[in-house]
Design a protein around this ligand. Structure first.
Ligand SMILES: Cc1cc2nc3c(=O)[nH]c(=O)nc-3n(C[C@H](O)[C@H](O)[C@H](O)COP(=O)(O)O)c2cc1C
Length: 137
């Protein structure tokens, strides 16, 4: 059973979290990279509204074929209460009917859990596990 950890990170915390997870479960790390990188201004101007509306953003092609994997962990920071847009875009890239483990990092350790699970299910996937991690300073 090969595990892929797909992650987006703006400030590095989710990346470090994903790296630790990958070391723990011998998973491959796959970074979600927006075609246009966010900066501090555009995270608030475009990223937060898109996150709240559960919209995606155009991503660069992935560096791996997701059909090689049977277990998926999807990790992202929380923006304006919701997963950052690259998280939403990743759902369309996963094989149909995937089972997901969700890892979200945030300042508060809270996210719009019900809405996020509903969104994942509407994209045709199933949530096995949902973890909110409070970012350590
Ligand atoms: C644009 C932006 C919006 C954020 N919105 C929230 C939020 O609504 N709730 C929260 O708890 N933390 C929020 N945070 C904090 C991040 O979720 C937190 O620092 C996260 O761990 C950063 O991950 P990263 O370093 O991988 O980007 C926000 C950070 C940014 C940059």
């Amino acid at each position: 059973m090969k595990t892929a950890i797909l992650y987006y990170s703006f400030g590095g915390y989710t990346r470090r979290t994903a790296q630790k997870l990958a070391a723990d479960c011998a998973a491959d790390l796959i970074e979600l990279q927006p075609e246009k990188n966010y900066n501090l201004f555009t995270t608030f101007l475009r990223g937060c509204p898109a996150a709240r509306q559960q919209k995606g953003v155009a991503l660069r092609p992935l560096t791996a074929d997701l059909h090689d994997y049977t277990r998926f962990i999807l990790a992202a920071p929380v923006w304006a209460g919701y997963p950052a847009p690259p998280f939403n875009s990743a759902l369309a890239l996963l094989p149909a009917n995937s089972t997901l483990e969700v890892v979200l990092t945030s300042g508060s350790g809270k996210s719009a859990r019900q809405q996020t699970i509903a969104f994942i299910e509407a994209a045709g996937h199933r949530v096995l596990n949902y973890q909110d991690i409070r970012a350590e300073k």
